[in-house]
Ligand binder design. Sequence first.
Ligand code: PHE
Length: 476
Amino acid sequence: MDKKRTQWGSNFGFIMSAIGSAVGLGNIWAFPFKMGQNGGFAFLIVYVILAVFVGLMIMVSELAIGRRTKLGVLGAYQKISKRFGWIGWLAVLSPLILLSFYCVLGGYCVEYMCYNLSEVAFGVGAGAADAGETIFSNMLSNQLGALIFALIFLGMCVIIVKNGIKGGIEKFNKIGMPALFVMLIIIIIRAVTLPGASEGIKFMLEPNLEPLKNDFIGVISTAGCQMFLSLSLAMGAMVTYGSYLGNKENIVKSAGTIIFADTLVAVLAGFAVLPAAFALNGSEAVLSGPKLLFITLQDVFNQMGFVGPIFGVIFYLLVIIAAVSSAISLLEVIATMIIDKREAKNKPVDRVKITAYICIPVVFLMAIVAIDGLGANGMWTPFSKSVGIIGSFNDCWLDFFDTLAEGILMPIGGLLMAIMIGWEYGTENIRDEIMLEGNKFKLYKLYRVCIRFVVPVMMLLILFGQISEIFGLKLL
Ligand code: PHE
Protein backbone atom coordinates (compact mmCIF):
# COMPACT_ATOMS: atom_id res chain seq x y z
CA MET A 1 0.00 0.00 0.00
CA ASP A 2 2.87 2.39 0.60
CA LYS A 3 3.94 2.02 -3.00
CA LYS A 4 4.61 5.54 -4.24
CA ARG A 5 1.88 6.88 -6.49
CA THR A 6 2.80 7.63 -10.09
CA GLN A 7 3.15 11.32 -10.87
CA TRP A 8 2.92 13.39 -14.00
CA GLY A 9 6.27 13.64 -15.76
CA SER A 10 6.15 17.44 -15.94
CA ASN A 11 4.02 20.44 -15.19
CA PHE A 12 3.56 20.98 -18.94
CA GLY A 13 2.36 17.40 -19.35
CA PHE A 14 -0.21 17.74 -16.59
CA ILE A 15 -1.50 21.09 -17.87
CA MET A 16 -1.80 19.76 -21.43
CA SER A 17 -3.66 16.67 -20.19
CA ALA A 18 -6.09 18.70 -18.11
CA ILE A 19 -6.66 21.10 -21.00
CA GLY A 20 -7.13 18.04 -23.18
CA SER A 21 -9.87 16.81 -20.89
CA ALA A 22 -11.54 20.21 -20.89
CA VAL A 23 -11.32 20.92 -24.60
CA GLY A 24 -13.83 18.66 -26.27
CA LEU A 25 -16.98 18.57 -28.33
CA GLY A 26 -18.54 21.06 -25.92
CA ASN A 27 -16.07 23.73 -27.02
CA ILE A 28 -16.40 23.10 -30.70
CA TRP A 29 -20.05 22.59 -31.39
CA ALA A 30 -21.85 23.97 -28.38
CA PHE A 31 -20.10 27.05 -27.06
CA PRO A 32 -20.02 29.27 -30.18
CA PHE A 33 -23.72 28.76 -30.85
CA LYS A 34 -24.75 29.14 -27.19
CA MET A 35 -22.80 32.35 -27.08
CA GLY A 36 -24.39 33.73 -30.24
CA GLN A 37 -27.88 32.71 -29.15
CA ASN A 38 -27.71 33.94 -25.58
CA GLY A 39 -26.40 37.45 -25.88
CA GLY A 40 -23.05 37.31 -27.68
CA PHE A 41 -20.40 39.21 -25.79
CA ALA A 42 -22.79 39.66 -22.85
CA PHE A 43 -23.01 35.86 -22.57
CA LEU A 44 -19.23 35.60 -22.61
CA ILE A 45 -19.08 37.94 -19.65
CA VAL A 46 -21.65 35.90 -17.70
CA TYR A 47 -19.72 32.76 -18.63
CA VAL A 48 -16.38 34.17 -17.46
CA ILE A 49 -17.89 35.38 -14.16
CA LEU A 50 -19.31 31.91 -13.55
CA ALA A 51 -16.03 30.29 -14.60
CA VAL A 52 -14.14 32.36 -12.03
CA PHE A 53 -16.54 32.26 -9.08
CA VAL A 54 -17.86 28.75 -9.55
CA GLY A 55 -15.67 26.86 -12.04
CA LEU A 56 -12.31 27.91 -10.64
CA MET A 57 -13.39 27.17 -7.08
CA ILE A 58 -14.62 23.71 -7.94
CA MET A 59 -11.61 22.91 -10.07
CA VAL A 60 -9.21 23.99 -7.33
CA SER A 61 -11.16 21.83 -4.86
CA GLU A 62 -11.16 18.79 -7.12
CA LEU A 63 -7.43 18.97 -7.84
CA ALA A 64 -6.66 19.51 -4.14
CA ILE A 65 -8.88 16.62 -2.99
CA GLY A 66 -7.23 14.35 -5.53
CA ARG A 67 -3.73 15.29 -4.47
CA ARG A 68 -4.50 15.17 -0.77
CA THR A 69 -6.05 11.72 -0.81
CA LYS A 70 -3.89 10.36 -3.65
CA LEU A 71 -6.96 8.44 -4.71
CA GLY A 72 -9.37 8.42 -7.61
CA VAL A 73 -12.79 9.93 -7.20
CA LEU A 74 -14.60 7.17 -5.33
CA GLY A 75 -11.85 6.53 -2.80
CA ALA A 76 -11.22 10.25 -2.40
CA TYR A 77 -14.80 11.11 -1.47
CA GLN A 78 -15.09 8.12 0.81
CA LYS A 79 -11.89 9.13 2.57
CA ILE A 80 -12.81 12.74 3.25
CA SER A 81 -16.49 12.40 4.04
CA LYS A 82 -18.68 9.99 5.95
CA ARG A 83 -21.93 11.54 4.90
CA PHE A 84 -21.13 12.33 1.28
CA GLY A 85 -18.78 9.51 0.37
CA TRP A 86 -21.40 8.09 -1.96
CA ILE A 87 -21.17 11.13 -4.28
CA GLY A 88 -18.12 9.36 -5.67
CA TRP A 89 -20.52 6.89 -7.28
CA LEU A 90 -22.21 9.72 -9.19
CA ALA A 91 -18.80 10.73 -10.44
CA VAL A 92 -18.21 7.19 -11.68
CA LEU A 93 -21.60 6.76 -13.28
CA SER A 94 -21.54 10.02 -15.23
CA PRO A 95 -18.22 9.36 -17.02
CA LEU A 96 -19.52 5.95 -18.05
CA ILE A 97 -22.61 7.51 -19.58
CA LEU A 98 -20.70 10.35 -21.21
CA LEU A 99 -18.15 7.94 -22.60
CA SER A 100 -20.84 5.89 -24.29
CA PHE A 101 -21.93 8.68 -26.59
CA TYR A 102 -18.55 10.38 -26.83
CA CYS A 103 -17.28 7.19 -28.50
CA VAL A 104 -20.12 7.17 -31.02
CA LEU A 105 -19.61 10.84 -31.88
CA GLY A 106 -15.85 10.32 -32.00
CA GLY A 107 -16.50 7.39 -34.34
CA TYR A 108 -18.54 9.67 -36.62
CA CYS A 109 -15.60 12.08 -36.74
CA VAL A 110 -13.29 9.24 -37.75
CA GLU A 111 -15.77 8.34 -40.51
CA TYR A 112 -15.79 11.92 -41.76
CA MET A 113 -12.03 12.16 -41.68
CA CYS A 114 -11.83 8.98 -43.73
CA TYR A 115 -14.45 10.32 -46.13
CA ASN A 116 -12.45 13.51 -46.72
CA LEU A 117 -9.27 11.49 -47.00
CA SER A 118 -10.87 9.39 -49.70
CA GLU A 119 -11.84 12.57 -51.50
CA VAL A 120 -8.24 13.75 -51.34
CA ALA A 121 -7.24 10.44 -52.88
CA PHE A 122 -9.99 9.84 -55.42
CA GLY A 123 -11.91 13.08 -55.71
CA VAL A 124 -15.06 11.14 -54.75
CA GLY A 125 -18.10 13.36 -54.62
CA ALA A 126 -16.04 16.52 -55.15
CA GLY A 127 -18.31 19.29 -56.24
CA ALA A 128 -21.44 17.76 -54.74
CA ALA A 129 -22.18 20.95 -52.88
CA ASP A 130 -25.01 19.64 -50.74
CA ALA A 131 -23.73 16.14 -50.18
CA GLY A 132 -23.53 16.70 -46.42
CA GLU A 133 -27.14 15.83 -45.67
CA THR A 134 -27.01 12.58 -47.64
CA ILE A 135 -23.68 11.45 -46.22
CA PHE A 136 -24.94 12.17 -42.73
CA SER A 137 -28.21 10.30 -43.05
CA ASN A 138 -26.47 7.38 -44.75
CA MET A 139 -23.99 7.25 -41.91
CA LEU A 140 -26.71 7.31 -39.23
CA SER A 141 -28.71 4.52 -40.75
CA ASN A 142 -25.63 2.41 -41.35
CA GLN A 143 -25.71 0.95 -37.85
CA LEU A 144 -22.94 -1.60 -38.22
CA GLY A 145 -20.61 1.05 -39.62
CA ALA A 146 -21.37 3.40 -36.73
CA LEU A 147 -20.68 0.62 -34.25
CA ILE A 148 -17.41 -0.36 -35.91
CA PHE A 149 -16.13 3.20 -35.93
CA ALA A 150 -17.24 3.81 -32.35
CA LEU A 151 -15.22 0.69 -31.45
CA ILE A 152 -12.24 2.04 -33.36
CA PHE A 153 -12.49 5.29 -31.41
CA LEU A 154 -12.79 3.43 -28.11
CA GLY A 155 -9.84 1.26 -29.16
CA MET A 156 -7.68 4.36 -29.64
CA CYS A 157 -8.60 5.55 -26.15
CA VAL A 158 -7.89 2.15 -24.64
CA ILE A 159 -4.43 2.01 -26.22
CA ILE A 160 -3.59 5.37 -24.63
CA VAL A 161 -5.07 4.65 -21.20
CA LYS A 162 -3.53 1.18 -20.89
CA ASN A 163 -0.12 2.84 -21.13
CA GLY A 164 -0.77 4.76 -17.96
CA ILE A 165 -0.61 8.36 -16.88
CA LYS A 166 2.90 9.23 -17.99
CA GLY A 167 3.41 6.84 -20.87
CA GLY A 168 -0.10 7.16 -22.30
CA ILE A 169 -2.23 10.14 -21.36
CA GLU A 170 0.55 12.66 -20.84
CA LYS A 171 2.45 11.57 -23.94
CA PHE A 172 -0.65 11.87 -26.12
CA ASN A 173 -1.66 15.29 -24.82
CA LYS A 174 1.82 16.78 -24.96
CA ILE A 175 1.76 16.33 -28.71
CA GLY A 176 -1.99 16.38 -29.31
CA MET A 177 -2.85 19.68 -27.68
CA PRO A 178 -0.24 21.86 -29.43
CA ALA A 179 -1.14 20.10 -32.69
CA LEU A 180 -4.82 20.84 -32.11
CA PHE A 181 -4.04 24.50 -31.56
CA VAL A 182 -2.03 24.76 -34.80
CA MET A 183 -4.79 23.02 -36.77
CA LEU A 184 -7.38 25.32 -35.24
CA ILE A 185 -5.42 28.38 -36.38
CA ILE A 186 -5.14 26.97 -39.92
CA ILE A 187 -8.90 26.41 -40.05
CA ILE A 188 -9.60 29.88 -38.63
CA ILE A 189 -7.45 31.56 -41.27
CA ARG A 190 -9.38 29.74 -43.99
CA ALA A 191 -12.78 30.36 -42.37
CA VAL A 192 -12.47 34.08 -41.72
CA THR A 193 -11.35 34.71 -45.29
CA LEU A 194 -14.47 33.09 -46.79
CA PRO A 195 -17.00 35.46 -48.32
CA GLY A 196 -19.70 36.38 -45.80
CA ALA A 197 -17.55 35.30 -42.86
CA SER A 198 -18.13 38.52 -40.94
CA GLU A 199 -21.81 37.57 -40.43
CA GLY A 200 -20.75 34.53 -38.43
CA ILE A 201 -18.42 36.56 -36.25
CA LYS A 202 -21.10 39.16 -35.73
CA PHE A 203 -23.59 36.47 -34.71
CA MET A 204 -21.23 35.18 -32.05
CA LEU A 205 -19.80 38.41 -30.68
CA GLU A 206 -22.46 41.10 -31.03
CA PRO A 207 -23.55 42.05 -27.51
CA ASN A 208 -27.26 41.69 -26.93
CA LEU A 209 -28.81 42.17 -23.52
CA GLU A 210 -32.28 40.95 -24.51
CA PRO A 211 -31.79 37.27 -23.61
CA LEU A 212 -30.44 38.31 -20.21
CA LYS A 213 -33.41 40.59 -19.59
CA ASN A 214 -36.01 38.11 -20.80
CA ASP A 215 -34.73 34.93 -19.24
CA PHE A 216 -31.97 35.62 -16.76
CA ILE A 217 -32.18 32.25 -15.03
CA GLY A 218 -32.25 30.49 -18.39
CA VAL A 219 -29.05 32.24 -19.49
CA ILE A 220 -27.32 31.52 -16.17
CA SER A 221 -28.37 27.91 -16.38
CA THR A 222 -27.16 27.58 -19.97
CA ALA A 223 -23.84 29.25 -19.19
CA GLY A 224 -23.41 27.25 -15.99
CA CYS A 225 -24.17 23.92 -17.60
CA GLN A 226 -21.85 24.72 -20.49
CA MET A 227 -19.12 25.76 -18.10
CA PHE A 228 -19.44 22.61 -16.00
CA LEU A 229 -19.27 20.28 -18.93
CA SER A 230 -16.58 22.22 -20.70
CA LEU A 231 -14.28 22.32 -17.69
CA SER A 232 -14.83 18.60 -17.03
CA LEU A 233 -16.13 19.31 -13.54
CA ALA A 234 -18.11 17.02 -11.21
CA MET A 235 -17.15 14.03 -13.33
CA GLY A 236 -14.19 12.91 -11.29
CA ALA A 237 -11.77 13.85 -14.06
CA MET A 238 -10.00 16.61 -12.18
CA VAL A 239 -9.93 14.66 -8.89
CA THR A 240 -8.35 11.78 -10.78
CA TYR A 241 -5.76 13.90 -12.60
CA GLY A 242 -5.11 15.77 -9.34
CA SER A 243 -4.30 12.52 -7.57
CA TYR A 244 -1.19 12.16 -9.74
CA LEU A 245 0.06 15.69 -8.98
CA GLY A 246 3.26 16.38 -7.09
CA ASN A 247 3.18 18.55 -3.98
CA LYS A 248 5.14 21.36 -5.62
CA GLU A 249 2.45 22.03 -8.21
CA ASN A 250 0.69 25.37 -7.80
CA ILE A 251 -2.93 24.22 -8.00
CA VAL A 252 -4.55 27.64 -8.23
CA LYS A 253 -2.31 28.78 -11.04
CA SER A 254 -2.79 25.50 -12.92
CA ALA A 255 -6.58 25.70 -12.58
CA GLY A 256 -6.50 29.30 -13.85
CA THR A 257 -4.42 28.27 -16.85
CA ILE A 258 -6.74 25.35 -17.68
CA ILE A 259 -9.83 27.57 -17.51
CA PHE A 260 -8.22 30.30 -19.58
CA ALA A 261 -7.09 27.86 -22.27
CA ASP A 262 -10.46 26.11 -22.40
CA THR A 263 -12.35 29.39 -22.79
CA LEU A 264 -9.88 30.61 -25.40
CA VAL A 265 -10.32 27.46 -27.48
CA ALA A 266 -14.11 27.73 -27.16
CA VAL A 267 -14.11 31.28 -28.51
CA LEU A 268 -11.54 30.43 -31.19
CA ALA A 269 -13.65 27.45 -32.25
CA GLY A 270 -16.39 29.98 -32.92
CA PHE A 271 -14.07 31.77 -35.34
CA ALA A 272 -13.43 28.45 -37.06
CA VAL A 273 -16.97 27.13 -37.42
CA LEU A 274 -19.41 30.04 -37.47
CA PRO A 275 -17.92 32.11 -40.33
CA ALA A 276 -17.83 28.97 -42.45
CA ALA A 277 -21.38 28.00 -41.53
CA PHE A 278 -22.67 31.50 -42.26
CA ALA A 279 -20.71 31.69 -45.49
CA LEU A 280 -22.77 28.73 -46.63
CA ASN A 281 -26.38 29.77 -45.97
CA GLY A 282 -26.31 32.62 -43.51
CA SER A 283 -28.41 32.15 -40.42
CA GLU A 284 -30.41 29.42 -42.16
CA ALA A 285 -27.54 26.99 -41.71
CA VAL A 286 -27.54 24.61 -38.75
CA LEU A 287 -25.14 26.22 -36.32
CA SER A 288 -24.75 23.75 -33.49
CA GLY A 289 -24.54 20.13 -32.48
CA PRO A 290 -23.77 17.15 -34.69
CA LYS A 291 -25.54 18.70 -37.69
CA LEU A 292 -23.18 21.69 -37.67
CA LEU A 293 -20.20 19.42 -37.92
CA PHE A 294 -21.51 16.71 -40.12
CA ILE A 295 -23.79 18.55 -42.53
CA THR A 296 -23.07 22.28 -42.62
CA LEU A 297 -19.30 22.11 -42.44
CA GLN A 298 -19.00 19.13 -44.78
CA ASP A 299 -20.96 21.15 -47.34
CA VAL A 300 -18.53 24.02 -46.84
CA PHE A 301 -15.60 21.70 -47.51
CA ASN A 302 -17.35 20.27 -50.54
CA GLN A 303 -17.71 23.74 -52.00
CA MET A 304 -14.07 24.65 -51.65
CA GLY A 305 -12.91 22.66 -54.65
CA PHE A 306 -9.89 20.41 -54.42
CA VAL A 307 -8.50 22.02 -51.23
CA GLY A 308 -11.81 21.37 -49.48
CA PRO A 309 -11.12 17.77 -48.50
CA ILE A 310 -7.67 18.75 -47.24
CA PHE A 311 -9.25 21.25 -44.88
CA GLY A 312 -11.84 18.59 -44.11
CA VAL A 313 -9.15 16.13 -43.05
CA ILE A 314 -7.44 18.75 -40.86
CA PHE A 315 -10.71 19.81 -39.29
CA TYR A 316 -12.05 16.34 -38.45
CA LEU A 317 -8.64 15.29 -37.17
CA LEU A 318 -8.72 18.30 -34.87
CA VAL A 319 -12.11 17.26 -33.55
CA ILE A 320 -10.92 13.66 -33.11
CA ILE A 321 -7.97 14.84 -31.01
CA ALA A 322 -10.29 17.01 -28.91
CA ALA A 323 -12.65 14.08 -28.41
CA VAL A 324 -9.93 11.50 -27.66
CA SER A 325 -8.23 13.74 -25.10
CA SER A 326 -11.57 14.14 -23.30
CA ALA A 327 -12.59 10.50 -23.58
CA ILE A 328 -9.31 9.25 -22.14
CA SER A 329 -9.86 11.36 -19.04
CA LEU A 330 -13.28 9.74 -18.62
CA LEU A 331 -11.82 6.29 -19.04
CA GLU A 332 -9.05 7.11 -16.58
CA VAL A 333 -11.59 8.12 -13.90
CA ILE A 334 -12.87 4.56 -13.84
CA ALA A 335 -9.46 2.94 -14.37
CA THR A 336 -7.93 4.84 -11.44
CA MET A 337 -10.87 3.95 -9.23
CA ILE A 338 -10.42 0.23 -9.91
CA ILE A 339 -6.63 0.43 -9.59
CA ASP A 340 -6.96 2.14 -6.19
CA LYS A 341 -9.38 -0.50 -4.95
CA ARG A 342 -7.07 -3.31 -6.01
CA GLU A 343 -4.02 -1.66 -4.53
CA ALA A 344 -5.83 -1.16 -1.25
CA LYS A 345 -6.46 -4.90 -1.15
CA ASN A 346 -2.89 -5.66 -2.23
CA LYS A 347 -4.13 -7.33 -5.37
CA PRO A 348 -2.07 -7.27 -8.57
CA VAL A 349 -2.79 -4.36 -10.89
CA ASP A 350 -2.93 -5.05 -14.60
CA ARG A 351 -3.85 -1.86 -16.45
CA VAL A 352 -4.50 -3.68 -19.70
CA LYS A 353 -7.00 -6.03 -18.11
CA ILE A 354 -8.65 -3.26 -16.09
CA THR A 355 -9.11 -1.05 -19.16
CA ALA A 356 -10.53 -4.00 -21.06
CA TYR A 357 -13.07 -4.72 -18.30
CA ILE A 358 -14.25 -1.12 -18.32
CA CYS A 359 -15.02 -1.49 -22.00
CA ILE A 360 -17.75 -4.05 -21.30
CA PRO A 361 -20.39 -1.62 -19.96
CA VAL A 362 -19.14 1.13 -22.28
CA VAL A 363 -19.58 -1.03 -25.36
CA PHE A 364 -23.07 -2.01 -24.22
CA LEU A 365 -24.22 1.61 -23.78
CA MET A 366 -22.33 2.73 -26.85
CA ALA A 367 -24.08 0.11 -28.97
CA ILE A 368 -27.48 1.53 -27.98
CA VAL A 369 -26.42 5.02 -29.08
CA ALA A 370 -24.78 3.80 -32.29
CA ILE A 371 -27.73 1.63 -33.32
CA ASP A 372 -30.18 4.41 -32.52
CA GLY A 373 -28.25 6.69 -34.93
CA LEU A 374 -29.39 9.93 -33.24
CA GLY A 375 -32.98 8.79 -33.51
CA ALA A 376 -32.76 8.10 -37.25
CA ASN A 377 -33.58 4.42 -36.91
CA GLY A 378 -36.91 4.60 -35.15
CA MET A 379 -35.88 3.10 -31.80
CA TRP A 380 -37.95 3.72 -28.68
CA THR A 381 -36.46 6.41 -26.40
CA PRO A 382 -37.09 7.10 -22.70
CA PHE A 383 -37.94 10.79 -22.94
CA SER A 384 -37.89 13.45 -25.47
CA LYS A 385 -36.68 16.75 -24.08
CA SER A 386 -32.98 17.42 -24.28
CA VAL A 387 -31.10 19.99 -22.24
CA GLY A 388 -27.62 18.66 -22.74
CA ILE A 389 -25.16 20.68 -24.75
CA ILE A 390 -23.63 17.82 -26.67
CA GLY A 391 -26.80 16.46 -28.16
CA SER A 392 -29.70 18.50 -29.57
CA PHE A 393 -31.80 16.10 -31.57
CA ASN A 394 -34.41 15.30 -28.95
CA ASP A 395 -36.04 11.92 -29.01
CA CYS A 396 -32.86 9.94 -29.22
CA TRP A 397 -30.71 7.90 -26.86
CA LEU A 398 -27.75 10.23 -27.14
CA ASP A 399 -29.81 13.11 -25.82
CA PHE A 400 -31.30 10.97 -23.08
CA PHE A 401 -27.85 9.97 -21.83
CA ASP A 402 -26.56 13.50 -22.29
CA THR A 403 -29.44 15.03 -20.33
CA LEU A 404 -29.00 12.46 -17.58
CA ALA A 405 -25.26 13.04 -17.24
CA GLU A 406 -24.81 16.74 -17.76
CA GLY A 407 -28.32 17.97 -17.07
CA ILE A 408 -28.92 16.12 -13.81
CA LEU A 409 -26.01 14.11 -12.39
CA MET A 410 -23.38 16.78 -12.96
CA PRO A 411 -25.16 19.70 -11.24
CA ILE A 412 -26.24 17.45 -8.35
CA GLY A 413 -22.65 16.21 -7.99
CA GLY A 414 -21.32 19.79 -8.04
CA LEU A 415 -23.88 20.96 -5.49
CA LEU A 416 -23.20 18.15 -3.05
CA MET A 417 -19.46 18.50 -3.46
CA ALA A 418 -19.56 22.19 -2.56
CA ILE A 419 -21.72 21.42 0.50
CA MET A 420 -19.39 18.61 1.51
CA ILE A 421 -16.27 20.76 1.32
CA GLY A 422 -17.78 23.96 2.64
CA TRP A 423 -19.81 22.54 5.50
CA GLU A 424 -18.35 19.17 6.45
CA TYR A 425 -14.79 18.57 5.30
CA GLY A 426 -13.72 22.18 5.78
CA THR A 427 -12.16 24.65 3.37
CA GLU A 428 -9.09 24.90 5.60
CA ASN A 429 -8.08 21.38 4.61
CA ILE A 430 -8.17 22.43 0.97
CA ARG A 431 -6.16 25.53 1.87
CA ASP A 432 -3.50 23.47 3.64
CA GLU A 433 -3.18 21.21 0.64
CA ILE A 434 -2.86 24.10 -1.77
CA MET A 435 -0.23 25.79 0.39
CA LEU A 436 2.12 22.80 0.51
CA GLU A 437 5.76 23.49 -0.35
CA GLY A 438 5.41 27.24 0.12
CA ASN A 439 2.65 27.82 -2.45
CA LYS A 440 0.42 30.80 -1.74
CA PHE A 441 -3.38 30.88 -1.65
CA LYS A 442 -4.18 34.58 -1.78
CA LEU A 443 -7.76 33.95 -2.82
CA TYR A 444 -8.54 31.82 0.23
CA LYS A 445 -11.15 34.14 1.79
CA LEU A 446 -12.94 34.50 -1.50
CA TYR A 447 -12.67 30.75 -2.03
CA ARG A 448 -14.28 30.04 1.33
CA VAL A 449 -17.23 32.34 0.68
CA CYS A 450 -17.70 30.97 -2.81
CA ILE A 451 -17.61 27.30 -1.83
CA ARG A 452 -19.95 27.78 1.12
CA PHE A 453 -22.47 30.14 -0.41
CA VAL A 454 -22.01 31.20 -4.02
CA VAL A 455 -21.39 27.77 -5.54
CA PRO A 456 -24.34 26.00 -3.84
CA VAL A 457 -26.73 28.79 -4.83
CA MET A 458 -25.50 28.80 -8.41
CA MET A 459 -25.68 25.02 -8.59
CA LEU A 460 -29.27 25.12 -7.37
CA LEU A 461 -30.13 27.69 -10.03
CA ILE A 462 -28.49 25.57 -12.71
CA LEU A 463 -30.29 22.47 -11.51
CA PHE A 464 -33.66 24.21 -11.36
CA GLY A 465 -33.07 25.67 -14.81
CA GLN A 466 -32.35 22.20 -16.17
CA ILE A 467 -35.21 20.46 -14.46
CA SER A 468 -37.71 23.08 -15.48
CA GLU A 469 -36.56 22.78 -19.03
CA ILE A 470 -36.60 19.00 -19.10
CA PHE A 471 -40.11 18.78 -17.72
CA GLY A 472 -41.34 21.95 -19.35
CA LEU A 473 -42.14 23.50 -15.98
CA LYS A 474 -41.76 27.10 -15.05
CA LEU A 475 -40.14 26.69 -11.64
CA LEU A 476 -38.57 30.10 -11.47
N1 PHE B 1 -14.94 18.86 -21.31
C1 PHE B 1 -15.43 18.02 -22.34
C2 PHE B 1 -16.07 18.87 -23.44
O1 PHE B 1 -16.02 20.06 -23.45
C3 PHE B 1 -16.39 17.00 -21.82
C4 PHE B 1 -15.91 16.25 -20.62
C5 PHE B 1 -16.56 16.36 -19.42
C6 PHE B 1 -14.78 15.46 -20.70
C7 PHE B 1 -16.12 15.73 -18.29
C8 PHE B 1 -14.30 14.82 -19.57
C9 PHE B 1 -14.96 14.95 -18.38
O2 PHE B 1 -16.64 18.35 -24.35
